[in-house]
Design a protein around this ligand. Structure first.
Ligand SMILES: Cc1cc2nc3c(=O)[nH]c(=O)nc-3n(C[C@H](O)[C@H](O)[C@H](O)COP(=O)(O)OP(=O)(O)OC[C@H]3O[C@@H](n4cnc5c(N)ncnc54)[C@H](O)[C@@H]3O)c2cc1C
Length: 499
């Protein structure tokens, strides 16, 4: 019986951990295999000299998604992950010198009215519009499989599909934002939400304007012990539920019989039986490398879709404090259309890139020595195309240092005392992410939500998929939802088979 109930999870990213928790909560025996020495995947942690860095994600939205996972196991999230609401959320610098901090909507409205040419009415109308899209979409598009008949049979889904016009899927984000506001700075601020899933606001459907509501309506959040605190909390819960976590264990091959029923895993030259597998590995890497099936029809189609953007990240230990900066900081480029065109159409880094800086030592003083700071500096980049990233890294580093030194009025380079960087190629290598894209396929078309790979394989019996490259998509909360949907799908089939 024990063997019959065994599920193997490949990959300990947020999706894999979430699937493991969902399955273990329901009484399954779960073994999780993670190739790296620690779980977390893109959401990992790294020490560089005396500075600790979160390697990837930095802003937490929708903590309720995480809380529900813990509630499912009968636990309270605050006993595991110290989440805090942020106020302010992000400090913004525009190329014309305008500077202000964002906040939850009620607190943000007065700032926007003071700093930009916007009216209270425009702002409230926009908030209501973004909330309406969120209310219509989140349950249908994010919380259930889009590939299960039951989803479409529900009244709520049908209602949402009938009101498809209200979710603004036919305009681009930028078109809708430029229609709502005439001040280009307000439009730029709202267009930036396309980058929350690696997309281009000049192509992505305006439905994604609901992200502005998620951040300003539902709130931006931090974690007292860093974003890696989320991974530590989930890992602890998984272990308490009996999940057997094997780190430093790469799965080389998933074996199947001639009917494509999963029957084994090969790990370090040893083959073990496996009948139920949940993969948190990027769907293309999974088919190319683990299944040896790069020409599977769905995968061939998927490979033709544009991947979401990747990133160049500089991790800098800075030997001073900078009071002008907060936990999250954005330095906007002067020409957003040109910047996205460079990344998404010319597949190059922008000459004048928007710069994001996250400094966790502002919230967690232990992350840097006293009087110093840990700067995580990110610039959007195209996915890896096999190039040598050395020149891009050097040029971008120079440009970023120049801009930051100008705005912050000190020579930033002279204060860097510890340093490392991350490129699209390194992201691909370390996490298995196809071409190092951060969020699976981009959301640059209105059909993207329906094109993502389902959470249940139609080609392989016994194979389930989670993580940012499959439904409902990338970003921390969505990766967690994917793990829940994959886990529940497996449980439904297992119970049918058992009875
Ligand atoms: C620089 C950067 C910034 C980001 N910023 C944000 C942000 O601010 N907010 C946000 O919400 N999201 C952000 N994201 C995206 C977010 O990190 C991801 O969407 C999410 O963490 C992906 O989780 P996942 O489940 O897809 O797994 P991944 O994190 O992709 O993990 C997959 C795991 O599988 C393991 N694996 C792969 N192959 C094998 C194998 N053969 N055997 C065993 N193990 C294997 C890998 O080692 C890895 O641990 C960012 C990502 C990056 C890289």
């Amino acid at each position: 019986m024990r063997e019959e109930k065994t599920v193997h999870v490949i990959g300990g990213g947020l999706g894999g951990l979430s699937a493991a928790i969902t399955l273990a909560t329901a009484g399954m025996q779960v073994i999780l295999h993670e190739q790296q020495p620690t779980v977390g995947g893109k959401a990992n942690t790294r020490m560089i000299g005396d500075f600790r860095f979160d390697t990837g994600p930095s802003l937490l939205t929708l903590p309720s998604v995480f809380a529900r996972l813990f509630e499912r196991a009968g636990k309270r999230i605050d006993s595991y992950i110290p989440i805090v609401g942020l106020s302010p959320i992000t400090r913004y610098w525009f190329s014309d010198g305008t500077h202000f901090a964002s906040d939850t909507w009620d607190r943000f409205i007065p700032t926007l009215m003071e700093k930009l040419s916007v009216t209270e009415r425009q702002l409230n109308d926009y908030h209501a519009y973004a909330k309406r899209i969120w209310d219509l979409t989140h349950e249908v598009f994010l919380e259930h499989s889009l590939h299960a008949f039951a989803t479409y049979a529900s009244k709520k889904t049908l209602g949402s599909l009938l009101r498809i016009g209200s979710i603004d899927a036919l305009r681009t984000m930028h078109t809708a934002n430029a229609k709502s506001f005439t001040d280009p700075r307000m439009v730029q601020l709202l267009d930036r939400y396309a980058t929350y899933n690696g997309s281009d606001p000049y192509q992505a459907p305006a439905t994604l304007n609901n992200i502005a509501y998620v951040e300003h309506g539902l709130g931006g959040h931090g974690v007292r012990n860093g974003i890696y605190g989320i991974v530590l909390g989930m890992e602890r819960l998984a272990r308490e539920l009996g999940v057997d976590i094997h780190t430093g264990e790469r799965v080389d091959r998933i074996g199947t019989d001639r009917n494509r029923t999963i029957e084994s895993l090969t790990i370090g030259g040893k083959t073990i039986p496996a009948r139920m597998v949940v993969s948190d590995v990027d769907v293309l890497t999974l088919h190319d490398q683990l299944l040896g099936d790069p020409d599977a029809p769905l995968v061939r189609r998927y490979r033709r879709l544009p991947p979401s953007s990747s990133a160049l990240v500089f991790y800098w230990g800075i030997d001073r404090e900078c009071s002008a900066l907060g936990l999250h900081n954005i330095f906007f480029s002067s020409d957003y259309a040109r910047e996205f065109n460079r990344i998404h159409r010319q597949h190059q880094i922008a000459e004048d890139p928007t710069i994001y800086i996250n400094i966790t030592s502002k919230l967690t003083s232990e992350d840097a020595p006293r009087g110093q700071e840990n700067w995580f500096v990110l610039v959007n980049a195209p996915p890896d195309d096999g190039r040598d990233w050395t020149d891009d890294l050097q040029q971008t580093r120079q440009r970023v240092l120049l801009r930051l030194s100008e705005v912050l009025r000190f020579d930033v380079a002279r204060h860097i005392v510890a340093e490392d960087s991350l490129t699209p190629a390194r992201i691909a290598h370390e996490t298995g992410s196809f071409r190092g894209s951060l969020y699976g396929i981009s959301s640059n078309t209105s059909m993207a939500a329906f094109l993502r790979h389902p959470n249940v394989s139609r080609r392989y019996r016994g194979l389930y998929l989670c993580g940012g490259s499959v439904h409902p998509g990338g970003g921390m909360p969505l990766a967690v939802l994917s793990g829940v949907i994959a886990g529940e799908s497996l449980l439904r089939r297992f119970r049918r088979w058992e009875s």
